[in-house]
Design a protein around this ligand. Structure first.
Ligand SMILES: [Zn+2]
Ligand SMILES: [Zn+2]
Ligand SMILES: [Zn+2]
Length: 345
C-alpha cells in the first residue's frame, strides 16, 4: 500500500506530517517599493459648536436615562483641538498547508502515481480579493488512492458497542436469572436469561460509519490555502486626557494611502512618532511573514483622527467632554444629568 507520494513524503495518511508549507521564494530579503511622497496638507479645522452640541445630544439620548437637557442648553467656554494620527500597516499574506483527507469511495478516479503531483505552491488557486480574509481547499491532483478503511480495517463492519459483539444482552426483566419472582419461568426471555441486542439486531456487528460499510476509502492530499490580512495600528497619544485606546472604534480622515507589493515606511509623516512606528512595523511585518508566508500586498495608511475637547458650564459647574472620530463619538466622565428618571423614586 502506498504510504508516501513523491514531493509529499512528509505527509503521511496515518496523520503524521503534513502541515504548513513555506513558499519556495520564502525568506527573500526585504525589497520595498519606492517611498511614497510626503503629504503637505495635514490639518483639518476643529469642529463647530453646533457639531459638538449635536454630538452630546446624540450621546445623551443614546443612554436610556440621561436627560438631553444639559446638552441642549449648555454654554461652551472652549473648544480645543487635540487631533491625532493613526498609522496602520496591513500585510496581506497567503499561506499553504497540506493534510491527508479521506472520503467515501464511490469509484472516483484513482490517480496517485500516474504522474508526480504538482508542488503545493505550483497549484493554481482562485484570485483572492486583496486585504480580505478567505480560505480555499483543493484536492491535490495525482495523490488519490483507495485504502482499507482505518476504522474497520476494511471489514465494513465494527463490533456492536451495546453488546460487545455477542448479539444478546442480559434480560432486564429477570436480570438474567431466567425465573421471575415466585419461581415462574421468565416470559420476556423465554427462560434463557438473555434477549436479542437491539443495537445490532443480534448480529453483534454494525455497519462502519467511516466507510458506510464499503470497507474502502478514497484518500488524498488536501491543500489548504489561507489568505489573511494582518493589521497593526499605532496611534499617537497627544496626552490630552482622552483615553487613546477608544480611537480603535472610529475612523478618521485618510491623509495618506500607499499600496504596493512591499511598502517602504512612510516618509514625511506629520508626526515623528508616526515615522518611527512605520519603520518599526514594516520591519516587524517583514520578519514575521516573509519567511513562512507569501506576501501578496501591503498597504499603509495614515489617518487624521479628529479629537475635540469641549469645555462648558451647566448650572454654574464646569464640565468637559471629547468628541472624536469622523463618527463624532462622545467620551465624557461627568455628564451633568445622569439617571434623571431613576433618581425619582
Ligand atoms: Zn428474562
Ligand atoms: Zn449488539
Ligand atoms: Zn470502515
Amino acid at each position: 500500500m502506498f504510504n508516501t507520494v513523491p514531493g509529499y513524503e512528509g505527509t503521511s495518511p496515518e496523520g503524521s506530517g503534513g502541515g504548513f508549507v513555506p513558499p519556495p521564494d520564502a525568506g527573500l530579503p526585504y525589497r520595498p517599493g519606492n517611498p511614497a511622497p510626503a503629504q503637505t496638507e495635514w490639518n483639518i479645522p476643529s469642529i463647530s459648536e453646533d457639531t459638538a452640541r449635536d454630538a452630546l445630544v446624540q450621546y445623551a439620548s443614546s443612554k436610556c436615562c440621561y436627560s438631553t437637557k444639559p446638552a441642549e442648553t449648555l454654554v461652551f467656554s472652549n473648544l480645543e483641538s487635540h487631533n491625532t494620527y493613526r498609522y496602520r500597516l496591513e500585510t496581506f499574506t497567503e499561506s499553504r498547508s497540506t493534510e491527508w483527507a479521506h472520503e467515501l469511495y464511490r469509484g472516483q478516479p484513482v490517480d496517485a502515481y500516474t504522474q508526480p503531483p504538482p508542488a503545493p505552491w505550483a497549484i493554481p488557486a482562485k484570485a483572492p480579493t486583496m486585504f480580505k480574509d478567505a480560505t480555499q481547499e483543493i484536492k491535490i491532483p495525482n495523490t488519490a488512492y483507495v485504502k482499507p478503511c482505518h476504522t474497520c480495517t476494511g471489514m465494513g463492519m465494527i463490533p456492536c458497542t451495546k453488546c460487545a459483539r455477542c448479539g444478546s444482552k442480559q434480560c432486564w426483566v429477570c436480570n438474567g436469572s431466567r425465573v421471575r419472582a415466585g419461581g415462574e419461568s421468565c416470559h420476556h426471555c423465554n427462560g434463557s436469561g438473555r434477549t436479542t441486542c437491539d443495537g445490532c439486531n443480534g448480529t453483534g456487528l454494525n455497519s462502519c460509519n467511516t466507510c458506510k460499510g464499503k470497507g474502502q476509502l478514497l484518500v488524498y492530499i488536501r491543500l489548504k490555502i489561507k489568505w489573511k490580512n494582518n493589521v497593526d495600528d499605532f496611534v499617537v497619544d497627544q496626552e490630552s486626557g482622552f483615553p487613546i485606546n477608544r480611537v480603535s472604534a472610529v475612523t478618521g480622515k485618510k491623509v495618506f494611502v500607499d499600496k504596493q507589493h512591499m511598502v517602504s515606511p512612510a516618509v514625511g509623516s506629520p508626526d515623528p512618532d508616526i515615522s518611527k512606528a512605520a519603520k518599526r512595523l514594516v520591519r516587524q511585518h517583514h520578519a514575521k511573514f516573509a519567511s513562512t508566508y507569501r506576501i501578496l500586498q501591503q498597504r499603509q495608511t495614515i489617518e487624521l483622527i479628529p479629537i475635540t475637547k469641549a469645555s462648558y458650564s451647566f448650572q454654574e459647574k464646569d464640565y468637559t467632554y471629547f468628541v472624536y472620530g469622523a463618527e463624532h463619538k462622545v467620551y465624557t466622565e461627568d455628564y451633568p444629568a445622569k439617571c434623571c428618571c431613576c433618581t425619582i423614586i
